[in-house]
Ligand binder design. Structure first.
Ligand SMILES: O=C(O)CCC(=O)C(=O)O
Length: 257
């Protein structure tokens, strides 16, 4: 774990191949596809639509299977390393880069357009690869060490959509996760193959930052009632400070405006 922490601190991200099993991956893919089919053109509407992709939002409310993702203890330890001293889930989304779609290229961005403050990082993201991420199918790109730049790509670069000389492609086989300090400059690339490139994003924020998706409002009463205390805490369901922070927010979408 120490090596991963060092990498997170220095590079801003860490790629962990074979982190989750093929069986779990198959269950997650089945559920995600079921939801895309059920929600149709409303899929992702709790957050934002994004050209060239299918998105899902409010994942916590949409299947117990997703607890394996957002509440994975090892992931929580890594996120806790980034977001000391305390953190909560900000959102659980899915993103699928559409086949043969030139629109899937995202500009380099920091999540929610946020920069760290004097206390440190505010946000961390974990990308769960449900398909192999390859150079052709829309793997995420990232610019190592930019989490410490104190800058947003849209201000620092003439064209945040253009290739960056220092960018690397985050590739891996299905079952890989990429844990990142979400102040790192990153973004999805276009999928030039004929199959979708699917991922889940478990996104976390420091305790004193508003959730991207206010879980207490989004989760149905029956979902909330069935959650163990450990998960209620992670989702900040009984947290007056989070209620107050979320009540002040109007938009949480970062570059997806
Ligand atoms: O799914 C990906 O490749 C990364 C997506 C991303 O960075 C985002 O949606 O903010």
């Amino acid at each position: 774990m120490e090596e991963i922490y060092t990498q997170l601190d220095r590079e801003g991200f860490a790629v962990l191949p074979g982190f989750f099993s093929a069986d779990l991956c198959a269950l997650l893919v089945d559920r995600v596809e079921e939801l895309y089919a059920a929600e149709g053109d409303q899929a992702g509407a709790e957050f934002r639509a994004e050209p060239g992709t299918r998105r899902l939002a409010n994942g916590v409310d949409k299947g117990e299977i997703f607890r394996e993702v957002f509440a994975n203890e090892q992931i929580l330890a890594m996120v806790g390393h980034i977001l000391r001293p305390r953190f909560k889930l900000s959102s659980l989304n899915a993103r699928s880069a559409n086949p043969n779609d030139g629109q899937g290229l995202q500009p380099l961005h920091v999540d929610q357009g946020l920069l760290p403050d004097e206390q440190g990082p505010l946000v961390a993201n974990v990308v769960w690869m449900l398909d192999d991420f390859t150079p052709e199918n829309g793997a995420m790109r990232a610019v190592p060490r930019t989490h410490r730049s104190g800058k947003r790509p849209k201000e620092a670069l003439a064209d945040a959509a253009a290739p960056h000389p220092d960018e690397v492609l985050v590739t891996g086989t299905a079952g890989t996760v990429c844990v990142m300090n979400a102040h790192l400059w990153h973004g999805g690339t276009a999928n030039r193959t004929d199959t979708p490139r699917r991922a889940l994003h478990s996104f976390y924020c420091r305790f004193d930052v508003a959730q991207q998706q206010y879980q207490k409002r989004l989760l149905r009463a029956e979902t909330q009632a069935a959650l163990p205390i450990r998960l209620r805490e992670l989702l900040a369901l009984d947290d007056a400070q989070n209620d107050e922070l979320c009540s002040r927010v109007t938009s949480q979408s970062g570059f997806l405006k």
